[in-house]
Design a protein around this ligand. Structure first.
Ligand SMILES: Nc1ncnc2c1ncn2[C@@H]1O[C@H](COP(=O)(O)OP(=O)(O)OP(=O)(O)O)[C@@H](O)[C@H]1O
Ligand SMILES: [Mg+2]
Length: 453
């Protein structure tokens, strides 16, 4: 993309309505525009990051064997009357009536609808296990929408649902979700810690929330500092291997890590004092095994091998896709702007032309731009007729991890500058070497072939 042809409405001033840094930077970098309280348009730059996050979630869910589909945003109220949640959900549910006076609602989640789909089409234990998921907009009429996309009313969520014959099978599905979530967050450059959550009225030990540590987080969290040393990394996992998935769950949940809702001071105090941490966190996902709650209420049963009918064991598992943009920025920024992790950056690299209109500089930029694209990368070329300082400021604000700066002086020695946004360090390289370096950095993420020179 050439910046002169793009739509990037950056703001010079700090917007007054933004109380936290991610909200402020998303507005300043022209990523979102508020249309009503907690309802946003996703401008091109924000939309690009949203799509990158979605893509990671899709890839990791499908790697775990979970099947993508799409359910509508509007749902018939009758389904929710069957589960009893139409009355229980309260004011957070946005209720709509159509011209035939039929009650609809804008889905805050999809347990009822997916159970309805399951009972319509699955009859036999032979069709299990099954995990379906979608990434769809949700609506919750939050009493206090705030912090931009972190607590919106309309927000994008990945929600997945497993159907299994037995509790053991459903717990394997739970573990698969835990592993796939760890992988997803790490690919986004985030450490999200699974913390024991509150099972609510259904109870049970089988629910964890994933929290990203950040001062602006809404949850108070308590954890053993050893937990932050754990990373999943690029180890291979066989998602069909029950013991292997269980071992990951044990590795990541055996140390103390809880939110204020489940915190137990007595247990916490048994950890050596120097390892006890109290902090704040942003909830970016939750996994939940709830047994037969919905399958019993809605008649989602299967025939077993001895021809009896049993309700299926279910769980639901959510990732806050749109909230993740805020969480990633909270964890990755400095006073100049955003610093995107390579896994989610809207553009892989920025090209800054220091002397627009100068023939040799323009054509060098153009050649670098074309070659980066040829290598499968997505560069943003700042070809505007602006001062260097203004170009650097926009690049720093929008946070591309790498920048190639091209000017007439360097070009006389066949040199450009490659700058890392995170460290601020620059290196003088030939254009070919700069391109090669950037391609190498992204190779593991994109599966690109880095051509040997
Ligand atoms: N209002 C919201 N705006 C943006 N993302 C949200 C919102 N509510 C929930 N999410 C995201 O969707 C994920 C799955 O939804 P879940 O039903 O677990 O939310 P929740 O526990 O009610 O969230 P919270 O406690 O933050 O209100 C959450 O972990 C969170 O990342
Ligand atoms: Mg939750």
């Amino acid at each position: 993309m050439r910046l002169s042809r793009y739509f990037l409405p950056v703001l010079k001033e700090d917007p007054k309505e933004a109380q936290i840094v991610s909200h402020r930077l998303m507005l300043r970098a022209g990523m979102i525009k508020q249309q009503a309280a907690g309802i946003y348009s996703w401008l091109p730059l924000g939309f690009k990051v949203l799509k990158r996050i979605e893509q990671i979630v899709h890839e990791e869910q499908q790697r775990a064997g979970h099947i993508p589909m799409l359910m509508p945003t509007l749902q018939p109220a009758d389904l929710w009357r069957e589960s009893g949640r139409y009355d229980d959900y309260g004011e957070e549910m946005l209720r709509v009536t159509d011209r035939h006076k039929r009650d609809l609602l804008y889905g805050p989640t999809n347990e009822e609808m997916i159970t309805d789909i399951f009972r319509a089409h699955v009859n036999s234990y032979k069709d299990l296990p099954l995990t379906l998921y979608h990434i769809q907009w949700k609506f919750r009429d939050e009493i206090r929408p705030r912090f931009g996309v972190m607590r919106g009313r309309e927000f994008l969520m990945k929600d997945g649902y497993n159907f299994d014959l037995t509790k053991e099978d459903a717990l394997h599905a739970y573990n698969r979700h835990l592993v796939s979530y760890l992988r997803s967050y790490e690919r986004m450059g985030l450490q999200a810690i699974p913390m024991r959550a509150d099972g609510g009225p259904i109870g049970g030990d089988y629910t964890h929330e994933f929290l990203v540590l950040a001062e602006t987080g809404e949850s108070e969290v308590f954890y053993d500092s050893q937990i932050t040393d754990l990373t999943f990394g690029d180890r291979q996992i066989d998602y069909d291997d029950v013991a292997e998935c269980q071992a990951v769950l044990e590795e990541f949940t055996s140390r103390y890590a809880r939110t204020d809702e489940t915190h137990d001071q007595e247990v916490f105090d048994q950890i050596p004092e120097e390892r006890r941490r109290t902090a704040r966190g942003i909830e970016v996902g939750q996994i939940f095994y709830f047994g037969t709650k919905y399958s019993e209420a809605m008649g989602a049963t299967v025939r077993t091998s001895d021809s009896t009918q049993v309700p299926v064991h279910m769980g639901s598992h959510g990732i806050g896709v749109s909230r993740l943009l805020g969480a990633i920025i909270e964890a990755n920024h400095d006073d100049k702007g955003i610093i995107w992790p390579e896994g989610v950056t809207p553009f892989h690299v920025g090209i800054v032309n220091l002397k627009q209109g100068d023939n040799s500089t323009d054509s060098a930029c153009q050649a670098i731009y074309a070659e980066l694209q040829h290598r499968g990368l997505d560069p943003l070329y700042d070809d505007r007729d602006e001062r260097a300082g203004a170009k650097f400021a926009s690049m720093d604000l929008i946070g591309l991890p790498w920048r190639i700066t091209v000017g007439p002086r360097g070009l006389t020695n066949n040199k450009v500058e490659l700058t890392c946004r995170r460290t601020g360090q620059s290196e003088e390289l030939s254009p070919a070497d700069a391109i090669h370096r950037v391609a190498q950095i992204y190779q593991p993420m994109l599966g690109l072939t880095v051509q040997d020179r």
